[in-house]
Each structure stands twice: as C-alpha cells, then as structure tokens.
Design a protein around this ligand. Structure first.
Ligand code: 4NP
Length: 156
C-alpha cells in the first residue's frame, strides 16, 4: 500500500479538500487497494473538527464524498507511515521539516506539482475566503500527483 499525506495549517480547509479530491480520483481509477490518502494540520486548534463549511460546499458542488473526516495534528510518527508528504505552503514545509529534525523525509510542496502556475503556495481560504480558487489548484495538482505515483510504482 502506498500512503499519501496532505499537510496544511488547520487541517480543515486545504488539506482535507486535497484528501477528498485525490481519494475520489483514486476510486475513479480503481486504485483504492493500492493508494491510501490522509491529511493533517501542523496546528492543533481544530483537532477532531470536520472540514470547513467552505470546503464542504465545494466538495458537495463537485459530488466528492468527505464523510467521517476529522482534523488531526501532524506528528513525527507520520514520517514512518507516509511515502508522500505534500504540504500546501512554505510554512507547512518549514514546520514539517522542523518535526523531521533532519531525518530524510520525502516532503513535497503542492505547487511544485504545477510548475506553470505563478502561485507558489496554495492560498489559505480560511483567510482569503476563496475556496473555488483552491479547488482549481487542488484538482489540477492531484491529477499530476496521481500520475506521478502511478509512474513511480508502475500502477496501470
Ligand atoms: P487550512 O486553513 O490550513 O487550509 O486548514 C486554516 C484553518 C484554520 C486556521 C488557519 C488556517 N486557523 O488559524 O485557525
């Protein structure tokens, strides 16, 4: 099993959206027995809360399931479990690296999946209110990530 973890700050807006979108794509391609997805936040304010209403509205619009999702905090044990740790912005990368304490970890920045986009971080809709913009980036980036995982692991 291949394990993918999306990381943002609160684990209620961006990373749960990416988790739900990627899981949906995985199921559409029949790869759910090969790839598992989760998400976490570097902060602890929203632990156990469901995704933010703005994220839920977008997922409802695109008919993407998000049942039983609850926020949790990123921790050092996640380095052992996850093959891909995909951070939504630069501060998430810095915080995850701090927790890694110099350990070799495969930490990706989400916007590095979309090198032609001028934005280099996924904007935080908790502050911008623009969940639609995030959905567009998340949808495009998840297509690239899934292609990469399929190629890395020779999955049809
Ligand atoms: P997220 O957005 O990192 O995309 O889940 C945020 C959610 C909550 C807070 C910040 C960002 N907060 O400060 O509570």
């Amino acid at each position: 099993m291949i394990h993918v973890l999306f990381v943002c700050l609160g684990n209620i807006c961006r990373s749960p959206m990416a988790e739900a979108v990627l899981r949906h794509k995985i199921e559409e391609r029949g790869l759910n027995h090969q790839i598992q997805v989760d998400s976490a936040g570097t902060g602890d304010w929203h632990i156990s809360k469901p995704p933010h209403e703005g994220t839920r509205n977008l997922l409802d619009t695109y008919q993407i399931p998000y049942a039983n999702m609850a926020a949790r905090q990123f921790g050092s044990a996640d380095f052992e479990q996850f093959d891909y740790i995909v951070c939504m912005d630069d501060s998430n990368v810095a915080n995850v690296r701090k927790i890694a304490g110099g350990a070799e970890a495969d930490i990706l920045k989400f916007m590095d999946l979309l090198p032609n986009e001028s934005l280099r971080e996924v904007p935080d809709p908790y502050f911008t209110g623009n969940f639609e913009e995030v959905y567009g980036l998340v949808d495009a980036g998840c297509n690239v990530l899934l292609e990469r995982i399929q190629k890395d692991h020779s999955l049809a």
